[in-house]
Design a protein around this ligand. Structure first.
Ligand SMILES: [Zn+2]
Length: 337
């Protein structure tokens, strides 16, 4: 089963590029850029990753970004992740980046997007990994700041497929960003928002993202299961839910395998993702393998989850058909073997 998972052609729709920063690269960039880190070795850095909720994770996550300064740093970070993706047989990625976490440190929007986009272009030819970019706004910053960053992105609009919303959800409901997301929609971008696990007012937030913001997808969204009405809405709109099992485990002490099975049984469209794989020490394959072990998923259920990630993606219909055929071919060859 492990080999079947590892060799399967897969997509990832919920991964933050800043959350792929491995400690070794962090040390190399710190040395190059003259930045002082709290830890003395990569091992010591990993030992300090003791998250138990969203704020405790975010503190360490934002501190880690201080080593990213120049265009080449963003290029190296993105190339390192996409190389790892290729090794995991991930053929398609929709990658989040958080420009406000960099502009607030004096790094320009141009520097950030240029480095990431150059790696994205190189990965398509050198690694055979297709990648599209999602600009994420930090919800604990103001709606004005989000709008300013959307305007900064306008000259680079051809490099983006969509916008998202992440960071601390407490007291930062989706509707705070209604105008920004309406504007992004007008600019031709797809919309997604995080509805993190077990947040205050989570059902009201999920309702807002579906009914008011009218998103094209929901990130996490596991708590939707508590509302039949919201499940029916998400099902009717065929909304993908990007669930991140190992990330969830830091908050709810489970990989949410039961919830993912319930979603499948209800006809929802969950898919499996890694979120911040360096910090959680698990890339997509490790998420899928751990999930299978916890929940005893069948091969068919795993294939459905991977199919869902292509179906919920923002590829063209031809693009989706291409990758789904590749997956079908893999599954057929494995059953024949
Ligand atoms: Zn996330």
């Amino acid at each position: 089963m492990k080999t079947f998972i590892e060799n399967m052609p897969k997509a990832e729709l919920h991964v933050h590029i800043e959350g792929t920063l491995e400690p070794e690269l962090s040390f190399a960039l710190a040395q190059k850029n003259g930045v002082t880190l709290n830890a003395k070795t990569p091992e010591e850095m990993i030992a300090a990753y003791n998250f138990h909720d969203l704020p405790s994770f975010l503190d360490i996550y934002y501190a880690g970004m201080s080593v990213l300064i120049g265009e080449e740093d963003f290029y190296q970070l993105t190339m390192a992740y996409l190389t790892r993706a290729a090794q995991q047989n991930i053929v398609y990625v929709e990658l989040f980046f958080d420009p406000q976490a960099h502009t607030s440190r004096g790094v320009s929007f141009h520097t950030v997007i240029s480095g990431i986009d150059r790696a994205r272009t190189d990965a398509a030819t050198q690694l055979n990994v297709e990648c599209q970019l999602i600009l994420c706004f930090l919800r604990d910053m103001s709606a004005e700041s989000a709008m300013q960053h959307l305007m900064m992105a306008e000259p680079y609009i051809d490099k983006l497929v969509g916008v998202g919303l992440d960071s601390d959800e407490k007291n930062n409901p989706p509707e705070k960003f209604s105008a920004v997301f309406a504007k992004a929609r007008d600019m031709g971008l797809k919309l997604t928002m995080h509805c993190d696990v077990n947040q205050d007012n989570t059902l009201e937030h999920i309702r807002q993202v579906i009914e008011e913001i009218k998103v094209d997808r929901i990130d996490h969204g596991v708590n939707i299961l508590a509302s039949t009405e919201l499940c029916d809405l998400a099902k009717a709109k065929k909304l993908g839910l990007t669930v991140c099992p190992v990330s969830n485990k830091f908050v709810v002490q489970s990989l949410t395998s039961k919830e993912i099975k319930d979603m499948l049984a209800l006809g929802l469209t969950p898919c499996i993702n890694s979120d911040d794989p360096s910090y959680f020490r698990a890339y997509l394959n490790e998420n899928l393998v751990a999930l299978q072990e916890e929940g005893g998923f069948s091969k068919q259920e795993l294939v459905t989850l991977v199919e869902n990630s292509f179906k919920a993606s923002w590829l063209s219909e031809e693009g989706k058909a291409h990758y789904l055929a590749q997956l079908d071919h893999y599954v057929a060859a494995k059953s024949a073997a």
